[in-house]
Write a protein that binds this ligand. Structure first.
Ligand SMILES: C[S@@+](CC[C@H](N)C(=O)[O-])C[C@H]1O[C@@H](n2cnc3c(N)ncnc32)[C@H](O)[C@@H]1O
Length: 370
């Protein structure tokens, strides 16, 4: 294993590394050691100790990111014990076990073996159990990260999760606390009202939604949490934002804020308004510092049209173009190609709708002002 980790594992050098490993460890162990070394290296992006832990390619892909798992685990810190259903090799299990006595359950024997090794590697104590979670009747505190794949393909219908979401939520009356990781696109409006929904993003990428029940709730219906900073926006009551023409600044809310349907709350925070009541861009007179989105200075607003946009962008000496869009079918790649810009200045074009009409905003990120 250490021989494999010491090789150059970059894709271009992989054939040479495979030959070296076959020579060093034989035709069976050599490729396995090499695969594990590649996974361990890749795992550093998900877990700070990823290189010390054991993975399979699929388990690594499915594993929760460390920051997200640690954030979630805190809600169980006061429980006497938590059941981690569908624990796999430990993406959540290890974070839970660091704060609460944890029992991991999975159907896959190999993953359980790796989970046990991983816990030992980090000096954590866990209990592990091989069982089909659909046959359980749990009590106490439960965290579940249901399998969202069937026959190797991703499933989007929560009734097709294993265990199905309905089954997990059916346990709610007998549980003290429940946390369920689900896909961020779930239709939250159809969930039982006693559940709390938390949308989590990590460095601006929406990672997941978590449904919280019982004592794991914090007392809101929807919230957006931005990691690693831990800023939280909740669905506190605010006035419906006004809808007006674009002002001098534009805020693009974080994806977790949008998915949690909290654009009105962020608009209230920055004294902003919407350009269109169905679109998640917030306009404002001035920049109000907020962790919940990225600010742009609007240089110009024009009705969307290729010729006029090209002309105006050329007058700014625009070259590399960042295209943002909401509420329009225009394809960014296609637009860049057709604009044929050759200038040197990097600018942002925001394509969207205002009062039902397509508009283009020429803008630049506020961080790069000056
Ligand atoms: C999305 S992964 C969990 C990932 C894990 N939370 C992590 O962060 O590493 C889902 C897991 O569910 C397990 N699983 C699928 N069907 C199951 C069942 N009926 N009973 C128990 N485990 C099951 C799979 O083996 C897989 O390890």
């Amino acid at each position: 294993m250490s021989r494999a980790s010491s090789l150059d594992l970059a894709p271009a050098a992989r054939i040479r590394a495979a030959e070296a490993m076959r020579a060093a460890a034989g035709p069976e162990l050599g490729p396995l050691a090499l695969e594990q070394a590649v996974l361990k290296q890749r795992a550093r992006a998900k877990h700070p100790d990823g290189e010390r832990l054991w993975w399979t390619a699929e388990a690594l892909e499915q594993a929760s990111s460390y920051d997200v798992a640690v954030h979630r685990a805190r809600r169980f810190a006061d429980a006497p014990q938590v059941l981690d259903l569908c624990c796999s090799v430990g993406g959540d299990l290890l974070a839970l076990a660091a704060v609460v006595p944890t029992v991991g359950v999975d159907l896959d024997e190999a993953r359980l073996l790796l989970a046990a090794e991983n816990a030992t590697e980090l000096g954590l104590s866990v209990q592990l159990m091989r069982a089909d979670v659909t046959g359980l009747n749990p009590t106490g505190a439960v965290f579940a990260d249901p399998a969202r794949r069937a026959g190797g393909r991703r499933v989007f219908d929560p009734r097709a999760y294993t265990p199905p979401l309905d089954q997990l939520l059916g346990w709610l009356p007998q549980l003290e606390a429940l946390g369920v990781k689900v896909a961020p696109g779930l239709d939250y409006d159809r969930l039982p009202p006693e559940l709390e929904v938390e949308l989590v993003s990590l460095r601006g990428d929406v990672k997941e939604a978590v449904l919280w029940g019982g004592t794991a709730r914090r007392g809101t219906r929807r919230m957006a949490t931005l990691l690693p900073g831990g800023d939280v926006l909740t669905d506190h009551a605010v006035d419906t934002p006004a809808v007006r023409a674009p002002g001098p600044f534009l805020l693009e809310p974080d994806g977790a804020v949008i998915r949690a349907h909290l654009v009105a709350q962020v608009a209230a925070q920055v004294q902003g308004w919407l350009l269109d009541e169905t679109i998640a861009y917030v306009s404002a007179e001035a920049v109000v510092p907020t962790p919940f989105g990225n600010w742009y200075e609007v240089l110009e607003v024009l009705p969307f049209g290729l010729k006029a946009l090209r002309e105006r962008l050329r007058s700014y000496d625009a070259g590399p173009l960042v295209v943002k869009k909401r509420g329009t079918a225009v394809q960014p790649e296609e637009l860049r190609r057709r604009l044929k810009l050759t200038g040197s200045r990097e600018l942002t074009v925001v394509l969207t709708r205002a009062h039902g009409r397509q508009i283009a905003l020429i803008a630049r990120p506020v961080a790069s002002l000056g």
